[in-house]
Design a protein around this ligand. Structure first.
Ligand code: NAP
Ligand code: MG
Length: 502
């Protein structure tokens, strides 16, 4: 390379003298680092029934959109009642046939094989998850996919040890399981549903969410390649009515649903007069309780992770922050500074912290609830970041001046919006945290171990994190109290939902 003739200035001693001091939010930006691995996205995706990829009987398809652009990604088969019926029949045939007759240890080997193949294809699956759902690649790659593999690994180990899990019993599969899942952790929710069902010897008809069906159909390829007998896993993509057809089908013995409390209530009503087993994993409005003795910087990171992780599309998101009054000013100051540094944008960029909102409908819902917060008198604080011109986006936000009666304190926003409130005593914190119709999760931040045990014992929430947030492990049961549902997923308790021990 030719040497530049321009006379170089002598290097200065201090960086501060080279560049003016920059405000928070006005830092040098990272260079773009978009993921460039090519991914095999098909033009059209089929249903997976009886071991074959087939079109919907009606021939209909629906569009899947990339929420970061608002543009169509692909077409997906729109299954309906007739397709669900075929899937349930295929599942029954596999149950009474090869799968039902297979020794448990062989079943376990096949589930291990799925886990390993997920690991081998994790890059591709992470990219597809990000393109179809809008979550940052660093989350799909470093959180979702490792957990998907971990769930299959964990449950594969149980397949031939069920009599140790339920000593003195003869655990049998329940039968055909109808499973309906949401869009916020598409593959992870599929793994949470499929892995325990298969480990316990059941067969499955799975309905993914309409906006995020792509990765479930790539998982179907893995399941086929792993050599599971035809019909053990069937995937019927479609809309809410397809989910309703799965739930209502008389050939389904157990229904497992993850999604909104509204639909969960409909499913509870639809299955009430049947002998179907039911587990419901529904919404949440978790409180993160921050005591004045907590290490504040560490707590702020956990609180940020608790609400802005995955654009706040997290059922167990710490969407209410309860701060002890003595540190309130300090916490608000730190929170304002920190949200300014969160990077919002291209989900395929490895530097992105907050990706796209999953759908236009969800963006409308978030905006409507945020507007209600402003109208009811709370103060809205937002990052000054620029949002991309196309696609669906929402700035990381938090509200102060929130009262318990505000909608933003009661309803699940399911977006990157935090409602901050205060308390004076531990008793007041517990009372406020429990003042909700939900009970999925909660967080406690304090330096004192004894306080953690005391508070955790009194919180009505299925999962309680202490000095951390949003940590998952397949061995640890997850599930709710009250309108957050019933039944557990993960661990021994999760297995119990998929065996007949009567
Ligand atoms: P949703 O509207 O309840 O949908 C969930 C699933 O149910 C989707 O596959 C949906 O299909 C399907 N569905 C819609 N109407 C149905 C009906 N009448 N009968 C049977 N299935 C039906 O929930 P979402 O908006 O996708 O997900 C967000 C909600 O899930 C939030 O409330 C969140 O808290 C909750 N969630 C809970 C957990 C947990 O473990 N507790 C985990 C993740 C999410 P379409 O996609 O076609 O509408
Ligand atoms: Mg999509």
């Amino acid at each position: 390379m030719a040497k530049s003739k321009t006379k170089r200035a002598k290097p200065k001693k201090h960086h501060a003298a080279v560049e003016p001091m920059l405000e928070f939010g006005n830092r040098w930006d990272y260079s773009p680092a978009p993921e460039s691995t090519p991914v095999p996205l098909k033009k059209r995706y089929s249903l997976y029934i009886g071991g074959k990829f087939v079109a919907a009987k009606s021939g209909r398809v629906f569009r899947s959109v990339n929420p970061a652009t608002g543009r169509k990604l692909t077409d997906i088969a729109a299954g309906d009642r007739e397709d669900v019926d075929l899937a349930v029949k295929a599942a029954r045939k596999a149950l009474t046939g090869p799968w039902g007759k297979m020794p448990a240890a062989e079943r376990g080997k096949l589930i291990y094989r799925i886990a390993r193949m997920v690991q081998e294809r994790s890059r591709e699956l992470a990219i597809l998850e990000t393109m179809d759902g809008g979550k940052p690649i660093k989350e799909s790659r470093d959180v979702d996919l490792p957990l998907v593999a971990a769930h299959f690994f964990y449950h594969a180990g149980w397949a031939d040890k069920l009599e140790y899990a339920f000593p003195g019993k003869k655990p049998q599969p329940i039968g055909v399981c109808g499973q309906v899942i949401p869009w916020n952790f598409p593959l992870m929710m599929a793994a949470w549903k499929l892995a325990p069902a298969l480990a316990c010897g059941n067969t499955v008809v799975l309905k993914p969410a309409e906006t995020t069906s792509v990765t479930a159909l790539h998982l179907a390829e893995i399941i086929a390649d792993a050599g599971l007998p035809d019909g053990v896993v069937n995937i019927v993509t479609g809309k809410g009515s397809t989910g309703a057809a799965v739930v209502q089908h008389p050939g389904v013995d157990k229904v497992a649903f993850t999604g909104s409390t509204r639909v969960g209530k409909q499913i509870a009503a639809a299955t009430a007069a049947s002998s179907k087993r039911l587990t419901l994993e529904l919404g949440g409005k978790a409180a993160n309780i921050l005591f004045d003795d907590a290490p504040l910087d560490q707590a702020i990171e956990g609180i940020i992770n608790g609400i802005y992780f995955n654009q706040g599309h997290v059922c167990c998101a710490g969407s209410r922050l309860l701060v002890q009054e003595s540190v309130y000013e300090q916490v608000i100051h730190k929170l304002s500074d920190r949200i300014k540094t969160l990077r919002v944008g291209d989900p395929l960029d490895k530097n992105t912290d907050i990706g796209a909102i999953n759908s236009k409908a969800q963006l409308t819902r978030i905006s409507e609830l945020v507007d209600s917060g402003v109208a009811e008198g709370a103060q809205l604080h937002q990052s000054g970041c620029k949002l991309p011109g196309e696609g669906y986006w929402f700035k990381p936000s938090f509200f102060t001046g929130v009262t318990a009666s505000h909608r933003i304190a009661r309803e699940e926003i399911f977006g990157p919006v935090l409602s901050v409130m205060t308390f004076r005593t531990p008793g007041e914190a517990i009372e406020r945290a429990n003042n909700t119709c939900y009970g999925l999760s909660a967080g406690v931040w304090t330096d004192k171990g004894s306080k953690i045990f005391k508070i955790a014992a009194e919180l009505k929430a299925g999962v309680i994190w202490a000095n951390t947030y949003n940590k998952f492990d397949p061995a640890s049961p997850f599930g709710g109290y009250k309108e957050s549902g019933f039944g557990r997923e993960g661990g021994l308790q999760g297995l119990a939902s998929y065996v007949d021990i009567s």
